[in-house]
Write a protein that binds this ligand. Structure first.
Ligand SMILES: O=C(O)CCC(=O)C(=O)O
Ligand SMILES: [Fe+2]
Length: 422
């Protein structure tokens, strides 16, 4: 792989790369994935609910996905083995990982979850247009876009079809701006029809699209029309996967296995740094806070640091929620994010809360109050179409009154005043 056009990527929010898979490799990937799909079907059948069809998700999901690595119960089935390890190695290639290293804000491209998207066994139709953004635990879109424009993406996402695929559509350029009024109107009326400015991404087998998933995009046709077997994964500077069980690396080349071991170490280091940031907030240590932000993301400027602070505010919220005695009364849309993991935005999962006492968690959360206050919707609730979100008590697009990092650290870390030893 030579140089990829980062400028065009930042302008449009995506790049199409042609012929990144040779025909030999394509055949091997097709073969491996049919084996893996059979294994996944066993897992789906074993895990089906009482009202599910016999095949479970295979016969009921609009977009069944073969998951190579899963947090869920795998019914004792081992997915990747010696003869199918090529599906993992694919994402480590120079053409793919090398391109991601050029596109990300810094050249650390850790693989996130790896899967294969299939056509459903029935005609579901189009999905709704969306950005892969849930502001309840990620913060408002505008702050993330400003950080993106400042330093580039911290996560990029891929589709690489094994057979020709034109299901995915995008609105070029929408990754770096909010919805237009026209888009809002269309999305409110019917989010499952073509949007003005939307274009289909026409990929032949072995082509690739790499995109910034803040972009307005659309799974336009989940049906039996076309045989869909499209590989998808992401690369991130903040590994979203813990890579705790590295048994599969025994089947790989030593250098490949070493990458996963490095990412596993990176996750631990990022968790420790996230903890240091939150402890700096606890004691009002402004210098320590900013130093730890630099460790999290060395190239982040003021916008990037503000965004990290919003993610840390959400992390503080989750610590606080998890330690509440009435946690089970917390609304479901908060609980599902709190119980999930989303490393790409510094959510390390519920076990992370064990690093803090309830008292510490409550104090950290209280110190984030000035920021939380600006994120909260003044009307009690906000809704904008095109997000992975219904109405929530936060602004989806932009916080009330923009906040400079200086001002923010001053108020979040004002507790320094209460700690004269600082
Ligand atoms: O079916 C597709 O290609 C779109 C899937 C999607 O929305 C996503 O991966 O975020
Ligand atoms: Fe999506």
């Amino acid at each position: 792989m030579g140089t990829v056009d980062r400028e065009l990527f930042m302008q449009n929010g995506y790049l199409v790369l042609r012929d990144v898979v040779s025909s030999d490799e394509l055949n091997q990937l097709r073969t491996s994935y049919e084996v893996l799909l059979d294994r996944q079907k066993e897992i789906w059948t074993a895990g089906r609910g009482p009202d599910d069809p016999p095949g479970g998700a295979w016969d009921s999901a609009p977009q069944p996905r073969v998951q190579l690595f899963s947090w869920d119960d795998q019914a004792g089935v081992q997915m990747v083995d010696e003869s199918t390890i090529n599906v993992v190695e694919f994402w480590l290639s120079e053409d793919i990982k090398g391109a991601a290293e050029q596109l990300l804000s810094m050249p650390v491209a850790a693989s996130s979850e790896i899967s294969l998207m299939c056509n459903p066994t029935f005609d579901y139709g189009p999905a709704p247009w969306h950005r892969d953004v849930h502001p309840i635990d990620m913060g408002p879109m505008a702050s993330m876009q400003e950080a993106l424009v400042e330093h580039g993406p911290t996560y990029v996402q891929w589709n690489v079809p094994l057979y020709d695929d034109d299901v995915l559509w995008v609105v070029p350029g929408s990754h770096a701006r909010l919805n237009t009024d026209v888009e809002d109107r269309h999305l409110r009326k019917d989010p499952r029809v073509p949007l003005p400015g939307g274009v289909p991404v026409e990929l032949a087998a072995g082509d690739a699209i790499v995109y910034i998933n803040y972009i307005l995009h659309w799974g336009s046709d989940y049906s039996t029309r076309a045989f869909r077997r499209t590989m998808t994964s992401g690369h991130t500077i903040f590994p979203s996967w813990s890579w705790q069980d590295l048994v599969f690396t025994h089947y790989m080349a030593t250098e490949s296995g070493a990458l996963f071991e490095g990412w596993a170490r990176r996750v631990e280091h990022l968790k420790a740094t996230t903890e240091r940031c939150l402890r700096a907030v606890l004691v009002g240590d402004r210098r320590g806070y900013l130093e730890s932000l630099k460790v999290l993301h060395p190239v982040a400027g003021p916008k990037g640091q503000l965004q990290l602070t919003i993610w840390l505010c959400k992390a503080a919220m989750m610590l606080h929620l998890l330690k509440r005695s009435d946690y089970h009364d917390v609304p479901w849309d908060f609980r599902r994010r709190t119980e999930g993991r989303h490393g790409i935005t510094l959510n390390w999962g519920p076990a992370f809360a064990e690093r803090f006492t309830k008292r510490e968690a409550d104090t950290i959360w209280a110190h984030f109050n000035p920021l939380e206050d600006r994120l909260k919707a003044a009307a009690g609730e906000d809704y904008v179409p095109g997000y992975q979100s219904g109405p929530i008590p936060y602004y989806l697009e932009a916080m009330r009154e923009p906040l400079a990092l200086e001002e923010l650290t001053a108020c979040v870390l004002s507790s320094a005043r209460l700690h004269p030893s600082e």
